[in-house]
Ligand binder design. Structure first.
Ligand SMILES: Cc1cc2nc3c(=O)[nH]c(=O)nc-3n(C[C@H](O)[C@H](O)[C@H](O)COP(=O)(O)OP(=O)(O)OC[C@H]3O[C@@H](n4cnc5c(N)ncnc54)[C@H](O)[C@@H]3O)c2cc1C
Length: 450
């Protein structure tokens, strides 16, 4: 696979930044509720609050949709994020609630797209947990049992049965969800928000959150906002203030790359008839998905931990792009001559429990980190539920599932740079073992053919 002319994008490969970036806050304002962060989480919260008649201000450091909301792989997943075997082991009782939340979140986003007629190329293909080896297929079977027991809707099959590329052994299809252009989705949501009664200030970075006279005060470079309630919706950037609970989440940099356009006949020859987005069953997954422009977007495989705030603006490490290219050659050998055209990345938040969390600090500061790699569906849904909880004073059962009564979180384990490197090395070791087994099997077949 060719990687010699990759364009390294500082934003996203899905869309260009908007041309109508809104003016920054200039002066002091007051409101009932302030939302910090204009990703799909914060935008959903502000929009719902405005629709329900509350005076709401949203503060966004760059422009709404600037974060991972516009940069992700666009796989709208119908199952919880993270390692489901591990989650089942650590939080078994929570699994039915998490499953329900994940499916409701997916439907919520589908309804939002339809209601607001957002052109984001959404197709309800479902997504697949795809196995690259017999070992991973065993894991898929175990995960399918966990998901089904928790009330989820999945089907297990071979690659032919599921309509996924023949380079994979088989997998598990999540029947709920699909794929989209996440950049168009985020900017579409931004348009709906800007048309609402919410007051939106872009280019407005909050540098401090404090309390004064029974109100919460947000400080920016050119003014302050005073609010009765505030919602922290900054995802990976949440650790920037003292008010944020300790160990709430770990910021992780994740990348995606996109191939050049591929001849549709060559794509058809892959056997990818379902068009489903794929995630492998490595400890740190690889993801692969088709786009309407006949390219394949793929990524993740290695995680890079952010170690200090503010998190830096980054572009992907060329070494990781080359590593993704070598993985692509293994999964799609017939496309080994295709070039990677561009690469981008973004910051996500991983929680110590691998579960999305939401909660409240001292009655007036709300937070929600609904990510762990599955925020495309869950972040907008949880944002909407937070808004409803603020207005109604009571919580929907899906919000209750991830509600953290006390804002205290354990120190995250295996999330240090060396821990993440060890998990990555473990995946590569298994890849090597599986590769040798596959070669041995092929050798045995050739010998017996003779
Ligand atoms: C490469 C990649 C691939 C992914 N793939 C998928 C996928 O296929 N499916 C899926 O479900 N999820 C995926 N995700 C995760 C998903 O994108 C996120 O969970 C989701 O977008 C989180 O939305 P958010 O609104 O919480 O955060 P963000 O979109 O990150 O928004 C946070 C916002 O806060 C703003 N901000 C930060 N600090 C401040 C401040 N001090 N003042 C004001 N504003 C501030 C930022 O500018 C940003 O706009 C992926 C993520 C990445 C990076």
């Amino acid at each position: 696979m060719r990687t010699d002319h990759v364009e390294y994008l500082p934003f996203s490969g899905w869309v260009d930044p908007p041309t109508d970036v809104q003016p920054a806050l200039d002066g002091d304002v007051s409101c009932r509720v302030a939302v910090i962060g204009g990703g799909i989480n914060g935008m959903s919260t502000a929009l719902r609050l405005a629709q329900r008649g509350l005076d709401v201000v949203l503060l966004e450091a760059e422009f709404c949709g600037h974060g991972s909301s516009s940069r992700n792989a666009g796989q709208l997943a119908g199952a919880p994020g993270g390692d489901l075997q591990l989650l089942n082991l650590l939080s078994r009782k929570k699994m039915p609630g998490m499953m329900r939340l994940a499916e409701h979140a997916t439907h919520h986003v589908e309804e939002f797209i339809a209601k607001h007629d957002i052109d984001c190329e959404y197709e309800a293909t479902g997504n697949a947990f795809a196995a690259v080896s017999r070992g991973q297929m065993g894991r898929v079977g175990r995960v399918a049992k966990i998901v089904t027991r928790a009330g989820g809707h999945v089907e297990v099959g071979t690659s032919e049965e599921l309509g996924i590329p023949r380079g994979f052994v088989g997998g598990m299809r999540e029947t709920v969800g699909g794929r989209m252009n996440p950049g168009k989705f985020s900017l579409g949501m931004r348009r709906v928000l800007l048309d609402s009664a919410a007051r939106v200030f872009e280019q407005t970075k909050v540098t401090d959150v404090s309390r004064e006279g029974g109100q919460v005060v947000m400080t920016t470079s050119r003014g302050q906002v005073r609010a009765d309630r505030v919602v922290l919706a900054t995802n990976a950037f949440a650790g920037e203030w003292d008010v944020t609970p300790k160990h709430l989440s770990v910021p992780i940099y994740v990348i995606e790359v996109e191939t050049e356009p591929i001849d549709p006949a060559r794509i058809a020859a892959l056997g990818w008839t379902s068009g489903m987005g794929l995630v492998t069953q490595h400890a740190i997954m690889e993801n692969y998905r088709l786009t309407p422009r006949n390219t394949i977007v793929f990524g993740v495989r290695r995680l890079e931990r952010g170690t200090s705030y503010p998190l830096p603006e980054k572009v992907p490490d060329p070494e990781l792009v080359r590593e993704l290219a070598s993985a692509f050659e293994r999964r799609f050998p017939s496309l080994a001559d295709v070039a990677i055209e561009r690469a981008w990345g973004g910051w996500i938040a991983i929680t110590p429990s691998w579960l999305p969390v939401a909660g409240r600090i001292d009655g007036d500061v709300y937070y929600s980190i609904a990510c762990n790699g599955h925020g495309l569906a869950q972040a907008p849904y949880v944002g909407t539920l937070i808004a409803d909880a603020i207005v109604d004073g009571e919580r929907h059962e899906d919000l209750q599932t991830l509600w953290q009564e006390k804002p205290s979180f354990p120190r995250p384990v295996m999330m240090s740079r060396s821990g993440l490197r060890t998990i990555w090395a473990y995946d590569r070791l298994l890849d090597m073992v599986n590769g040798s087994r596959r070669n041995a099997r092929r050798g045995a077949v050739l010998t017996s053919d003779r």
